[in-house]
Design a protein. Structure first.
Length: 292
């Protein structure tokens, strides 16, 4: 099967290529030489394109059966606002597929996306989903919460907190429902050959507080659980707002904090629909703590 992958240079894109590159004809679409460089050793073809260049992408897409969309951001910048990163990219990918005769897009989304959301990222993500589902009705959006996998940024941050004596976090009672990166890749693989048009939500097997997640991570890796100090999330918004005023490219924004503070308590039949056995939370946390 010929498959195009947009946003292939991220952690999940690389895992997907490692898992399925020997089975399928994969073409990884990236926007820069630096992004392409991390893929050269993997079993795929690499094409450097501008996501707005529908003509070039449609030539690459000729004969493909599906386009996988792994693009997206949680922090907008002046040069890359949410609308450009999500809606404009989605529209270009749909136009590419329509022009090349690719019947569907398989998109990885985030839980909490909603057209009516007051959060700019969630609303933008939902608009991008609608563009894809309306443009190619056979498409699928797979929404996931926090994804944890060996060596990724989120896992390193969690492990860093779990290994401290005192761990600072905003609103420690916020609910997290992490899912193992390997399970997300398996789900995408299943959806390649067993399409489920529409929106699916796939959470991890347990929803726990952020405080409990830090403690469980420490225990899973033989460390003493730290004292978790919960800071009011309003303080985070105040700091982020200050950064937005004084910095052209702040390290954190209010919209980003709102997204990260979203309570995840997903109850769906997606795992059963896909006949997918989810990795238990304790095993997930043990795996991310192993040397890579």
């Amino acid at each position: 099967m010929k498959i195009l992958i947009a946003g292939a240079n991220g952690h999940l894109g690389r895992r997907f290529i490692e898992s399925f590159g020997s089975e399928h004809d994969l073409i990884a679409l990236v926007r820069s030489p630096a992004a392409a460089e991390v893929l050269f050793a993997l079993p795929c073809q690499v094409a450097i394109v501008a996501y707005g260049d529908v003509q070039q992408m449609s030539r690459l897409a000729d004969g493909a059966e599906v386009l996988i969309n792994l693009t997206g951001i949680i922090k907008a910048t002046k040069s890359n606002p949410y609308q450009k990163a999500h809606e404009e990219t989605a529209a270009a990918l749909v136009a590419t597929c329509q022009r090349a005769g690719v019947p569907r897009i398989l998109t990885l989304g985030i839980c909490g996306s909603d057209l009516g959301s007051q959060n700019a990222c969630f609303a933008s993500r939902a608009k991008a989903e609608s563009i894809q589902l309306q443009g190619l009705p056979g498409s699928t959006v797979l929404r996931v919460p926090m994804v944890l996998g060996e060596g990724d940024y989120a896992s390193r941050a969690l492990l860093g907190n779990a290994r401290k004596r005192f761990a600072l976090t905003f609103r420690a009672e916020s609910l997290e429902q992490p899912i193992y990166a390997g399970d997300v890749i398996k789900a995408l693989g299943i959806l390649l050959t067993h399409p489920f048009p529409g929106v699916l939500e796939l959470g991890g097997p347990e929803s726990v507080s952020r405080r409990a997640l830090i403690h469980l991570c420490a225990q899973a890796n033989g460390d003493r659980p730290p004292w978790v100090i919960s800071l009011p999330v309003g303080l985070g918004y105040l700091i982020a707002g200050f950064f937005e005023v004084v910095m052209g490219s702040p390290p954190v924004t209010r919209a980003m904090l709102e997204l990260l503070d979203h309570d995840d308590q997903i109850e769906s039949e997606t795992a059963a629909q896909l006949n997918l056995t989810l990795t238990p939370l304790a095993e997930l946390l043990r795996r991310i703590g192993e040397p890579t």
